[in-house]
Design a protein around this ligand. Sequence first.
Ligand SMILES: C[S@@+](CC[C@H](N)C(=O)[O-])C[C@H]1O[C@@H](n2cnc3c(N)ncnc32)[C@H](O)[C@@H]1O
Length: 216
Amino acid sequence: MKCCSQCAGIERQFDQETASEELADYHREGLTGTSRALVEDLIAAGVEGATLLDIGGGVGAVQHALLAAGAASAVHVDASSAYLKAAQTEADRRGLAGRIRFWHGDFVDLAPEVAPADVVTLDRVICCYHDMPGLVRASAARAQRLYGLVYPRDAWWTRLSSRLVNAGYWLRRTPFRFFVHRTSAVDDLVRAHGFQLLSHRHTWIWQVVVYVREPA
Ligand SMILES: C[S@@+](CC[C@H](N)C(=O)[O-])C[C@H]1O[C@@H](n2cnc3c(N)ncnc32)[C@H](O)[C@@H]1O
């Protein structure tokens, strides 16, 4: 699958209506579920004064929480223009706009222009992207200390669900697809970039994984 197809699907899947709903949920409930778990584990690892690269940050919940916990600044790269706009509006509302740089596009294409950061996060992002190795390689290469991922568990029930969900997308003629990538393949790629596992937890569907760069 070429990115022109999946990226067009991302724009359609994460459109203005979905972004507004996500933002309303965020206003009502704050940071929840696996996003909250990811933030807790990163804060436990230490984010004081850190720079953050939040890829596919959606409406911005993870970056707001890490900035509130002491991170210095953030860069948010997102393939959805509607999510990016919602995140910008929310950052303005919270008085954080001066500490976050927003960038629209496919991170795999933009990566050579994006500066490395102390902490890199992809919260429920690699499941929305066809080229997992390309995305993990490009993002892990930009992470100087911590690398945090939330992605689906590699289990028969998540693979079955992804088939059913993708059949629904096919019937609705939307080019977006949901991916359950092999955990061992993701883990091998991250470790090959010099990281070791720091924490791992999971729900029935998702796994929350934080890696730390091994000392040189
Ligand atoms: C399911 S949403 C998750 C949003 C947010 N991180 C959260 O957990 O609520 C997936 C996000 O990843 C973004 N995304 C997927 N692939 C991407 C890529 N290659 N480059 C940049 N953003 C990407 C989408 O635009 C969307 O904002």
